[in-house]
Design a protein around this ligand. Structure first.
Ligand code: UGA
Length: 442
């Protein structure tokens, strides 16, 4: 079975590489010629553990190829659309679907009824988009018959950056939104290799599948915000949020995952998708207090972290130095999109605080980010903490967990640690003579 994946960004590339791992013939297509040239040389434009090996293995085995020409879709039984759906520049946070519709328009000229392709949205698209796509194809290719010559489906992704390969190959579930049994049969066949792993493949109508994606991300964002709010109460009146989360999480109905407090959720998905879901409510003239609260709470959360830092640094702030460890929105990625650090760092710079930052995924592009223009980047943790008034853990990279705290103590000017991810043990640090603060403990 030949599969095309249009859009070789994060989702498209992982999807294409993983399907090729099952022995399907996969072509990953992108209009960005430079990116395709790099991929043809087995150079991976994104940071995702394990992806490079998968690409090399499957291009060498001729299962996976790359193209910048959309005509390469010819002969495909399944065509995935995996282009970006960023927040629209104007409006209430709705997803900008221009790239999805551009691809659909181009595809409408290329569909071959002999292939009877299924065009599947992998991109995160608001409820109702599948229907719009159907209408678009019906208008643009009136000679072709929907449900006879081609089909439309929705198959949202649930991949976490940093563990995307694992999430793809061992998913909690696969969701397919279809409109007829013939599409269901083909998608069932496509995901058959996952049967051995007993991954449930859930078939729904197209709208439900579209909404499952948004509702899942918004629910996880809500869960994170909930524990962050509980953490605030613990800080004020006592209790330990990690124990609270553990006690809550043992209830199977709640579950222990996504109950880790921190500086607020970031990344390319939760902020964008909560905004887009809220926009869907607004567009349909429905009130949503919960999702709006999650969005506002999370924005506020980052500023709350700034307040926390200021209290520990003590005024005057001018020329105080903070060793800022980790700037990405989470570990195992070089992604900075909507990372809380993008808000916290400039706020600190504004009051004269010097930021000496370290991140294991640091690359030259970090220096070009406008929020980071005053940051002094350090190659190792010890250079960052030298002479600092505080060591701050922003991202819970593994290499920070086992850090040599005796050595750090000698290098810091003030022995203050602010641990926004609760990776250290308070007692141990206090016994070492540190002034230690974390999240959700008085
Ligand atoms: C998220 C979802 O987890 C995926 O299932 C989904 O497919 C993906 O979005 C997407 O829509 O494409 P991702 O953005 O890679 O994946 O990252 P997560 O691991 O979910 O973390 C998101 C943010 O929440 C991070 O800033 C993280 O630090 C924060 N977080 C997560 C917490 O603060 N506490 C937690 O307990 C968990």
């Amino acid at each position: 079975m030949k599969i095309s994946v249009i859009g070789s960004g994060y989702v498209g590339l992982v999807t294409g590489a993983c399907f090729s791992e099952f022995g399907y013939e996969v072509v990953c297509i992108d209009k960005d010629k430079k990116k395709i040239e790099l991929l043809k040389k087995n150079k991976i434009p994104i940071y995702e553990p394990g992806l490079g090996d998968l690409v090399i293995k499957n291009t060498n085995a001729n299962y996976l190829s790359f193209s910048s020409n959309l005509k390469s879709i010819r002969g495909s039984k399944i065509i995935f659309i995996a282009v970006g759906t960023p927040t629209a520049r104007r409006g209430d946070g709705e997803a900008d679907l221009k790239y999805v519709f551009q691809v659909c328009k181009q595809l409408s000229k290329l569909i071959d009824k002999n292939d009877k392709p299924i065009i599947v949205t992998k991109s995160t698209v608001p409820i109702g988009t599948g229907k719009e796509i159907i209408r678009l194809f019906q208008n643009l290719c009136p000679k072709l018959k929907y449900e006879v010559d081609y089909n439309i489906a929705s198959n949202p992704e649930f991949l976490r950056e940093g563990s995307a390969i694992e999430d793809f190959l061992r998913p909690d579930r696969v969701v397919c939104g279809v409109a007829n049994p013939q599409t269901e049969a083909i998608l069932k066949e496509l995901y058959r290799p996952l049967n051995l792993r007993e991954a449930p493949v859930v078939f729904t109508d197209i709208e439900s599948a579209e909404l499952i994606k948004y509702a899942s991300n918004a629910f996880l964002a809500l869960k994170i915000s909930f524990i962050n709010e509980v953490a605030d109460l613990c800080e004020k009146v006592g209790g330990n949020v990690q124990m609270v989360a553990k006690g809550m999480g043992l209830d199977n109905r709640i579950g222990s995952k996504f109950l880790h407090p921190g500086p607020g959720f970031g990344g390319s998905c939760f902020p964008k998708d909560t905004r887009a879901l809220y926009a869907s409510f607004k567009k349909n003239k429905l009130k949503s207090t919960l999702i709006k609260a999650v969005i506002d709470f999370n924005e506020d959360r980052k500023l709350k972290m700034v307040k926390k830092i200021k209290i520990l640094l003590k005024s005057p702030y001018k020329q105080k130095k903070v060793a800022f460890l980790g700037v990405t929105f989470k570990p195992n990625t070089d992604d900075l999109r909507e990372s809380p650090s993008l808000v916290i760092i400039p706020e600190l710079n504004k009051i004269g605080v010097d930021i000496h930052a370290h991140d294991p995924a640091f690359n030259k592009s970090f220096e070009k980010i406008k929020q980071f223009k005053k940051v002094k980047w350090k190659k190792n943790i010890f250079d960052a903490v030298k002479g600092a008034d505080m060591m701050l853990i922003h991202t819970e990279w593994n290499e920070y967990r086992g850090i040599d705290l005796e050595k750090i103590k000698k290098l810091l000017r003030n022995k203050v640690i602010l641990d926004l991810r609760n990776i250290f043990n308070r007692e141990e640090l206090e016994n070492m003579g540190y002034s230690y603060s974390s999240i959700g403990k008085k």
